[in-house]
Design a protein around this ligand. Structure first.
Ligand SMILES: Nc1ncnc2c1ncn2[C@@H]1O[C@H](COP(=O)(O)OP(=O)(O)OP(=O)(O)O)[C@@H](O)[C@H]1O
Length: 259
């Protein structure tokens, strides 16, 4: 496996629409190394989701180049190199939690026994052991989102792409899930690319923060964030944390993000 998980060079993407073209990404240069936790932050419309979708081969760049694990996003998708977590949990209501988490494995043809083992392991990773037989509607929003993270991890990809997974949750639940996600990242050594609108969330979780600006979507600045991997929520009170949060806020302002 190459050490560089994602390498984007001069990547641009223009959507064609009935009322004209929208340049969603322009001149994106970004390299993400194995084991990093990289957040993409910026205002609505700056291209965060589009960039994640290009990595996942759900959109194709108009120009420039990108590799995922050293191959094209299309080949990486065929090799099931990543798990994708959406903003809404998107669990099938008629399937149990085990049925939802094991669905990718079912599609990939894993045996019943192997599925049961992997589902149990991944539910334990997101602290949902014992919930196999419940249905999604029997779980809180935060628990459903944890189940969708377990589903993304079910086939053990090294790369996790997360599009504002906790955006719809209240702050207390979000704090808890941020801590759990960080522990999971530390334990599994996955590479995470995480989209958020929240400055504290980005600073708490990331090893680097990519500040994006809109019209067209560009990278304004990349801010390193080198707290220990096993950080806890109390670091949010430290001057170092506040200094990085201020830098991100300043970067967003310079990108004319809130005009
Ligand atoms: N399928 C599409 N067709 C046309 N334009 C699109 C399409 N998807 C996104 N766009 C436009 O591309 C730009 C970037 O959108 P994108 O969803 O990537 O931004 P974002 O930063 O993720 O926003 P948000 O934070 O609101 O999710 C926006 O101007 C959006 O309206």
């Amino acid at each position: 496996m190459p050490d560089t998980v994602i390498q984007a060079s001069n990547l641009s993407l223009t959507y064609g629409s009935a009322d004209g073209a929208v340049q969603a990404l322009s001149g994106i240069d970004l390299a993400i190394e194995r084991g990093e936790f990289v957040s993409l932050i910026g205002p609505s419309g700056c291209g965060k989701t589009t960039l994640l979708r290009v990595i996942a081969d759900l959109e194709t760049a108009t120009s420039g180049s990108i590799t995922v694990n050293g191959v094209s996003p299309h080949e990486a998708r065929l090799k099931r190199s990543y798990g994708y977590v959406f903003q809404a949990p998107a669990l099938y209501p008629w399937r149990t939690i085990a049925g939802n988490v094991g669905l990718p494995l079912e599609i990939m043809g894993h045996s019943r026994e192997d599925r049961r083992e992997r589902v149990a392991k991944n539910l334990a990773l997101v602290n949902l052991e014992g919930f196999e037989r419940k249905f999604p509607w029997q779980l809180s929003g935060g628990m459903q989102q944890r189940a969708s993270i377990a589903r993304a991890l079910s086939f053990d990809p090294d790369l996790l792409l997360m599009d504002e997974p906790f955006g719809a949750l209240d702050e207390i639940v979000r704090d808890k899930l941020n801590e759990q996600l960080l522990r999971l990242w530390d334990l599994t050594r996955k590479t995470v690319v995480f989209v958020t609108h929240s400055i504290p969330e980005a600073v708490f979780l990331s090893t680097r923060i990519v500040v994006m600006s809109p019209r067209p979507g560009r990278i304004h600045e990349i801010i390193p964030c080198d707290f220990p991997r096993d950080r806890t929520l109390d670091i949010r009170e430290t001057p170092e944390f506040l200094a990085i949060a201020n830098r991100v806020r300043q970067g967003l302002r310079e990108g004319h993000s809130y005009d």
